[in-house]
Write a protein that binds this ligand. Structure first.
Ligand code: GDP
Ligand code: MG
Length: 659
């Protein structure tokens, strides 16, 4: 903030005008107004500036830079609440210790034309909402099979209360504070705005800040020094204390050494020590501790008057009487250095002057921040647009990209981390190796046949025995075949997951849904493949091949060239092993190709196809922004910047009418 600080004391600012001249200018206006000759043009010249600052604050621009404000500083029981009360005509939460626990913005608006008193209390309450990502389950979801994920994001509830009974203020402010800061003494930064529309108030906006507006009490942070150049300090000092040593005045002096932004309010003139009147008068006349904005003396309701429930209007009359009848302070009335009403008018003028002076710099700062925010946003990684149409288009784009990737993966055109097809070939080769390595020699068939000889006469062979031998041999391949399927399934799952992570890394909801879809589709494809492999083994159980194929293999194995009609010579027990070997080789060849093709088709090709189709069903999802919910750091930054940009643009628009 030091940059702002220095910007505000730039030569342009300092040479703007002679402040004392200006102050005496406005004193003339004040005296006219105090005499009841309220010039409508004056109202017209003041109100827009106050409204502008109120507008800027509603936009939220005070989060980016500080706005001209009046803050109240003073010791305990110096009369802060009494002054605020008299200015606003309403009872605020009062008590000892920390009463103001959230910044309270008090917007006083003068209304004319027989409008009754009316107040609007408003604030924003942050709430964390959990989105259940399992609600996005795909049609293929096997319910209960998958874990459900929750993702958190914050939403704001706008609270607004309108009421017409001034006596409700205290309770309503307290309730709002409790809601925002919790019961107890916690302090929060959320702003509570209380707008009072009444014929009896001045156009003025005051901010009561916890820990800043008041002299810190035990446990409150001592952050009075954090005040910005834009703050007007309203220091409340009771007359019946040693004004020169007042802590609050010292603090104001620390943050505003030249006293340019400090106005002092002297309270409790009725409780003054007899004999000190002249000393006090010297203070009010700015002769003791000079302040550019000067002093003003007010008399509020004493404790007794509060106990007696003297209404504020009556107190106003009593204040006037008090000054008129006072030997020493009578003159202050004409000098515009006394009464609550005089304070209100003076404060308004100070604030408006201050606003006017701050505007060019404020405008410059807003423009600069707008520029910075735009640049920063450009540097931010791209994300979904905030409008529903744009968000939908963005969704279409990332889904398409994902599908393209999945399809390229299935055709081997996309390589992530490792080449899928290289990996598959490796595994399939192992399968082939296994088939070859486990090939039996069938050498002991002679013995086997003797051991299994049935009712046939000697010399006759039993075909059934050979069938059994081959069938049991093929059956040993069943488990390795299913193992192969499972291994491939895992490899493909991993690669599909990689593609999902790559495509939806910033969108946990979308990623979760996609993962579930992959798992579901894979599960059903796995079941299909399992069935298909089982069928394959059932077929192998039949022992079959085409004669020419068999003959070719038999010749290869025996290194001879027999024709079909020469074959019966094989039907001797010595040749059985070669016949079995030849057939089993055919089985091995069949299985070596068939299974990889089957598994690739079911687990890769079809899975990719079904997944792409299923992903498109997400386009029918009603709440796109929920689907695109993004909680990455980049997204948070982008979201913040987008909000800020909106805010700054609105601020610049509001300011442009004044510059
Ligand atoms: P705060 O702690 O600074 O907010 O002070 P309060 O406004 O609560 O005032 C403290 C006490 O001083 C209350 O009893 C008020 O009635 C009393 N008080 C405030 N202003 C005056 C005044 O001008 N004259 C007298 N006699 N009492 C006052
Ligand atoms: Mg108080």
């Amino acid at each position: 903030m030091s940059s702002l600080f220095s910007l505000f004391s730039s030569p342009k600012q300092r040479s703007a005008q002679n402040e004392e001249d200006e102050d005496s200018d406005s004193s003339q206006n004040e005296s006219q107004e105090m005499k009841g000759e309220v010039h409508s043009h004056l109202e017209e010249s003041i109100r827009p500036y106050i409204d502008l600052i109120d507008t800027l604050r509603s936009i939220g621009i005070h989060k980016d830079l500080s706005l001209p404000t009046v803050v109240v500083i003073g010791d305990q029981s110096s009369g802060k609440s009494s002054v605020l009360e008299a200015l606003s005509g309403i009872a605020l939460p009062r008590g000892s210790g920390i009463v103001t626990r959230c910044p309270l913005e008090l917007r006083l608006k003068k209304v004319t034309g027989g409008v009754k008193w009316k107040a609007v209390l408003s604030y924003r309450k942050k709430r964390i909402e959990l989105v259940d990502s399992s609600i996005f389950a795909s049609p293929l979801n096997v319910s209960g099979q998958l874990r459900s994920g929750k993702v958190a994001h914050s939403v704001y509830d706008e609270k607004k209360f309108e009421f017409e009974d001034p006596s409700e203020v205290e309770e309503r402010v307290k309730a709002a504070q409790n809601e925002l800061a919790g019961k107890g003494v916690g302090i929060r930064n959320e702003l509570i705005t209380l707008e009072i529309m009444s014929p009896d108030v001045c156009d003025l906006t005051l901010i009561d800040l916890p820990g800043i507006a008041r002299v810190p009490v035990k446990g409150q942070p001592q952050d009075i020094g954090d005040q910005k150049e834009e703050t007007i300090n309203m220091v409340v000092v009771p007359c019946n204390t040693d004004i020169t040593t007042t802590e609050a005045l010292k603090m104001a002096q620390e943050v505003d050494p030249e006293g340019k932004r400090t106005i002092a309010i002297l309270t409790k003139p009725d409780l003054i020590d007899k004999g000190t009147e002249k000393n006090i008068l010297a203070v009010v006349h700015n002769k003791v501790i000079p302040l550019r904005k000067g002093y003003i003396m007010v008399k509020c309701r004493g404790q007794q008057q509060i106990n007696d429930e003297i209404p504020l209007e009556e107190a106003e009359q009593m204040e006037k009487d008090f000054f008129q009848n006072h030997d020493y302070y009578r003159g202050l009335l004409t000098e515009n250095r006394a009464t609550i009403k005089g304070l209100a008018v003076r404060l308004t003028h100070i604030l408006v002057d201050h606003i006017k002076k701050s505007l060019p710099q404020l405008d410059d700062n807003v423009k600069k921040m707008l520029w910075d925010a735009k640049n920063e946003l450009n540097e931010c990684e791209e994300g979904p647009p905030q409008d529903p149409k744009g968000a939908k288009q963005f969704l279409i784009m990332i889904l398409k990209k994902f599908n393209d990737r999945i399809n390229s993966l299935s055709t081997g055109d996309l390589i992530i981390k490792e080449n899928l097809f290289v990996r598959l070939r490796e595994i399939f080769k192992k399968w082939n190796d296994h088939l070859v390595d486990t090939k039996p020699s069938f050498k002991n068939m002679k013995e086997f046949c003797q051991n299994n000889r049935g009712r046939e006469l000697l010399g006759f062979s039993n075909y059934r025995v050979f069938e059994i031998v081959l069938q049991s041999q093929v059956a040993t391949l069943k488990k390795p075949a299913f193992d192969l399927l499972n291994i491939i399934k895992e490899i493909i799952l991993e690669q599909f997951r990689d593609v999902s992570n790559q495509s939806f890394q910033n969108y946990p909801v979308l990623l979760d849904i996609t993962t579930k879809k992959i798992i579901n589709i894979q599960a059903s494809q796995h079941a299909k493949a399992q069935e298909r492999i089982s069928e394959q083994f059932e077929m192998e159980n039949m022992i079959y091949t085409q004669d020419p194929i068999y003959l070719k293999m038999l010749n290869e194995i025996s290194h001879e060239t027999f024709s079909e009609d020469q074959l019966p010579i094989f039907d001797t027990k010595t040749k059985y092993s070669e016949m079995l070997q030849a057939y089993y080789d055919i089985v091995v060849q069949r299985m070596a190709d068939q299974l990889p093709m089957m598994i690739t088709l079911f687990m890769l090709k079809q899975t990719a196809q079904f997944l792409s189709t299923d992903m498109l069903s997400l386009l029918d999802w009603a709440n796109v922004s929920e689907l695109l919910f993004d909680n990455s750091d980049n997204a948070k930054k982008r979201k913040d910047l987008q909000v800020r940009l909106k805010r700054l643009t609105a601020a610049q628009e509001a300011l442009s009418d004044f510059i």
